[in-house]
Design a protein around this ligand. Structure first.
Ligand code: HEM
Ligand code: SF4
Ligand code: SF4
Length: 535
């Protein structure tokens, strides 16, 4: 499985690289697949409402009403029909790529199982909605789908009477069938919306709208396709004949030829096994590492500032009324079942400053197995032996390039569960204590952060637009940021080498700066009262 994931990830990153070059990271569709899915959904919904106004239910009326829109009202009704079709296809494409991408990036294990598993009914609902849409047109393709689908369902033997019988002769079909199909075609997308809402319950600030440029570009593309290749019907359905040449929509109808080639039973087994595997995936090997224990709050160091709750990408932290008598209104509480142990909360906590004395470096929130105190010790241990004027300390993250394996003279590296688990004050600490001449921050590729918001939060903290921000006194020329995926190792190595050249040529700092100039953090910066800060 790991081999398959690694192989898929490399392929994905190659394509992402091409699309980055073509559209730029901001508009790269692969970085906004879920948001694009929502966008397609809304296009389908709006165009569907328009079609519904003109749609007549009935064995002949259905075909005629759609045909009227396609031919007589091609400039609006026809375009709406094409938009409806192509946006629905777009949804399937987006969903499948989104699912494969989340798999390749390994974003489905541990507490993330919930988002993964709730994606599976979405797949089913999208297919039911799409297939029922094809029935409504009641052309020869609809006839083929109706017969094949009912025979497929009849294979289960759960209906008293075989339902395929309804399509034996024109007389056996009545208008109620269209009313039923219309009902399914309207209700299923509403159900889908509900499941989508559930799908996003465990992610904070989900991106449900694509960037404006990407949305506009996607819409123009759909519109252009609608004019160049409008969606049209086959000939009207005729139950006294067997439809011959059919243009299948491969997005929705891919399983139908399989029923002809194999059998209805074989397709049931295939889809059943596939569905089971999709659901079971989060629990299949390789399993979650055992050292990923949930974050723990130390109330004595928590002032209830809410930063951890605001930065947690998985809704794992709630703010509750204070329970320990300290003079703060609230306290952070971690739901261990939701925590993926990314450490972003520890990176956000104002008490996570390495300038605190060794005994006191207990932040308000921390990862028990990868504490900030241990991080500070590790930094000291690996950076102290460096010598020369090209000493660089690299902070990376586990899912991206394995930075600790970077072998280069005068370079030390430490990997964190997520880059944003690094409080910016650690950068200040490394440079002001002269532990290195420069600091490199790296992590996943921009747009594919394993922990969803890690890169965004870290970039904002470094830019000073999000707390805790990097102090102004930190010499920015001694800091370099390179977002690089696991396949970008050589790019990162080249960048580090270039950066070493830059720092070697910088004038030496007058003297190592010691301790924060403005004293212990105050206000929301304050941790435990009376805490000692190293000078
Ligand atoms: C109409 C279909 C779907 C839509 C609109 C959709 C939408 C989304 C959105 C907006 C996110 C959050 C992205 C972010 O901001 O980080 C997301 C995450 C995710 N989705 Fe979907 N999704 C769909 C189908 C699926 C399917 C079919 C699966 C898999 C079976 C799936 C699995 C996931 C996973 C694993 C995540 C990542 C959760 C995490 O990072 O912890 N989704 N989806
Ligand atoms: S002090 Fe730290 S643990 Fe407490 S709410 Fe603020 S960020 Fe969270
Ligand atoms: S480590 Fe912190 S930020 Fe990450 S999921 Fe757990 S509580 Fe949320």
């Amino acid at each position: 499985m790991s081999f398959l994931q690694g192989w898929m990830r490399r392929g994905l990153q190659t394509v992402e690289g091409w699309l980055d070059g073509l559209f730029g990271p901001q508009w790269n569709p692969l970085y906004q697949l879920g948001a694009l899915g929502f966008f397609y959904f809304w296009v389908v919904a709006i165009s569907g409402i328009y079609l519904y106004i003109f749609f007549d239910t009935g064995t002949t009326a259905a075909y005629e009403s759609i045909d009227y829109l396609t031919r007589e009202q091609w400039y609006l009704g026809g375009v709406m029909r094409s938009l409806h079709r192509y946006a629905s296809d777009g949804m399937v494409l987006m969903m499948v790529v989104h699912m494969l991408r989340e798999f390749a990036l390994g974003r489905y294990r541990g507490p993330r199982w919930f988002t993964r598993v709730t994606g599976v009914p979405e797949l089913v609902l999208v297919f039911i909605a799409g297939i029922s849409g094809y029935w409504l047109v009641w052309d020869q393709l609809a006839q083929y789908i109706a017969i094949a689908s009912t025979e497929w369902l009849d294979w289960l033997g759960i209906f008293g009477e075989p339902i395929a019988r309804n399509f034996l002769t024109p007389a056996s079909l009545d208008d109620r069938f269209f009313t039923l199909m219309t009902f399914i075609h309207v209700v299923v997308p509403l159900l889908l919306l509900l499941v989508l809402w559930i799908h996003l319950q465990r992610v904070t600030k989900p991106q449900i709208n694509p960037k404006r440029g990407l949305a506009a570009g996607t819409f123009v593309m759909l519109l252009a396709l609608s004019f160049v290749k409008p969606a049209v019907s086959h000939g009207p359905a005729d139950l006294s004949t067997v439809p011959s040449v059919l243009q299948l929509d491969w997005y929705y109808l891919v399983a139908y030829p399989l029923m002809d080639i194999f059998s209805e039973g074989a397709v049931w087994v295939f889809l059943g096994v596939l569905g089971l595997m999709l659901v079971m995936l989060p629990w299949l090997p390789p399993l979650r590492r055992t050292d990923e224990a949930a974050a723990v709050v130390d109330l004595a160091n928590c002032n209830g500032c809410e930063r951890c709750a605001n930065d947690c990408p998985y809704n794992a932290i709630q703010m509750r009324p204070r329970s320990d008598g300290l003079p703060f209104e609230q306290e952070a509480v971690v739901d261990a079942a939701l925590c993926v142990a990314c450490g972003i909360c520890a990176g956000a906590c104002p008490t996570s400053t390495p300038f605190r004395r060794a005994t006191a470096l207990v932040p308000g929130i921390d990862l028990p197995q990868r504490s900030l105190r241990a991080l500070r010790e590790r930094i000291e241990a690996i950076a102290r032996p460096l010598s020369g004027r090209r000493r660089v300390l690299v902070f990376g993250c586990d899912p991206a390039v394995a930075v600790e394996q970077l072998r280069r003279a005068e370079v030390a590296a430490v990997s964190l569960p997520c880059t944003a688990a690094l409080p910016p004050s650690f950068i200040d600490y490394v440079l002001s204590r002269d532990l290195a001449d420069g600091v490199v921050i790296t992590g996943c590729r921009d747009g594919e952060c394993y922990n969803r918001l890690g890169i965004e939060w870290m970039a904002a903290r470094l830019a000073g637009s999000r707390d805790p921000s990097l102090r102004r006194r930190v010499p920015r020329e001694r800091l370099s940021v390179c977002w690089a995926g696991s396949g970008d190792r050589s790019r990162l190595e080249r960048m580090i080498e270039d950066f070493q050249g830059v720092v070697a040529n910088l004038p030496a700092p007058e003297k190592p700066i010691s301790g924060p100039p403005s004293g212990p953090p105050r206000g929301p910066e304050a941790g435990r009262q009376g805490e000692k800060i190293d000078a």
